[in-house]
Design a protein around this ligand. Structure first.
Ligand code: SF4
Length: 235
C-alpha cells in the first residue's frame, strides 16, 4: 500500500513536471479548433487520417459551401463528398456527417449541439459518443475545446508519448485506455497536456524516428529517450 502511494506520488509529480515543460515549449494553443460545438465536431471528424493543412482547408471550404449545417444536411451526399475530397475518406466522412446532422435534428429539432452546454459532462459525453461515427476521443475533443470541460482526449500522439513516459502500458486506443489515462491526469492539466502531446508528437516524438536529443521532456522518458537523458546527465 505504501509503495502504491509512493509510486502514485511519483507519477503525479512527473505529470506536473511534464505538463509544465510542454507548456514552456508549446504554450496552450487551441490547434485551430472552433469554439462553436457543431463546428468543432465537424472539424474533428474531417481531421481523421489527413494532415493539418488539409483538414483546415477543407473545413474552410465546407463553411464557404454551406452557410449553415442545415444546408449541408439537406444537400445531396455527393455534393458534401466533393467538398470533403481533398481531406480523404470523403465517402465515409460525408455519410457520417449527414447521419450526425440527421441525429441532431431528430433529437433537438435542428442541427445543433448547443443544448449540451447545460448538460453535465458524463451524459454529454455519452450523447456525443452515441452519434454515428463518433468515438470517445472525438467526444472529449468537443467537450474540451467547445464546452471547456476538463477531459483528456487520447489520440495516437497522446497514447504513444504517455506510453514512452511510462504512464500506461496500453498499445491500443480503447475506451479503457482513454479512461485510465484521464483518471491519472489532474483536471487542471488535461487541456495543456493534450495539446502539448499533439504538438510534441507531430514535431519531435514521432512514432518511427523520435528526435530524443531535441526533446524537452526526455528526462521523464522511460522509452527511447532514456539513453539520451543518461548520456546528458553524465556529461
Ligand atoms: Fe519521445 Fe524521445 Fe522525448 Fe521520449 S525522449 S518523449 S521517445 S522524443
Amino acid at each position: 500500500m505504501g509503495a502504491t502511494t509512493a509510486s502514485r506520488n511519483l507519477l503525479g509529480r512527473d505529470i506536473r513536471s511534464v505538463a509544465q515543460a510542454l507548456e514552456n515549449c508549446y504554450g496552450r494553443p487551441r490547434l485551430g479548433n472552433p469554439r462553436d460545438p457543431i463546428d468543432d465536431l465537424v472539424y474533428v471528424m474531417i481531421s481523421v487520417m489527413t494532415t493539418e493543412p488539409s483538414y483546415r482547408r477543407v473545413f474552410k471550404a465546407l463553411k464557404a459551401s454551406f452557410p449553415t449545417w442545415t444546408n449541408a444536411y439537406r444537400a445531396p451526399v455527393a455534393m458534401l463528398r466533393a467538398v470533403l475530397k481533398p481531406a480523404g475518406l470523403s465517402r465515409m466522412k460525408a455519410r457520417a456527417l449527414k447521419a450526425i446532422f440527421a441525429a441532431l435534428r431528430h433529437r433537438f429539432g435542428r442541427v445543433t449541439l448547443s443544448p449540451l452546454a447545460t448538460w453535465r459532462t458524463a451524459p454529454a459525453e455519452e450523447f456525443l459518443a452515441s452519434l454515428p461515427g463518433v468515438g470517445i476521443k472525438t467526444s472529449r475533443c468537443v467537450l474540451m475545446y467547445a464546452f471547456g470541460r476538463r477531459v483528456f482526449p487520447v489520440d495516437t500522439h497522446c497514447l504513444r508519448i504517455s506510453r514512452r513516459l511510462g504512464w500506461t502500458d496500453a498499445t491500443a486506443l480503447t475506451a479503457r485506455t482513454a479512461e485510465g489515462l484521464q483518471t491519472v491526469i489532474p483536471e487542471a492539466l488535461r487541456f495543456g497536456l493534450h495539446v502539448g502531446f499533439v504538438l510534441h508528437g507531430r514535431s519531435v516524438c514521432s512514432a518511427k524516428t523520435p528526435q530524443c536529443s531535441a526533446c524537452c521532456i526526455r528526462q521523464w522518458c522511460r522509452g527511447e529517450g532514456r539513453k539520451y537523458h543518461a548520456s546528458a546527465s553524465r556529461s
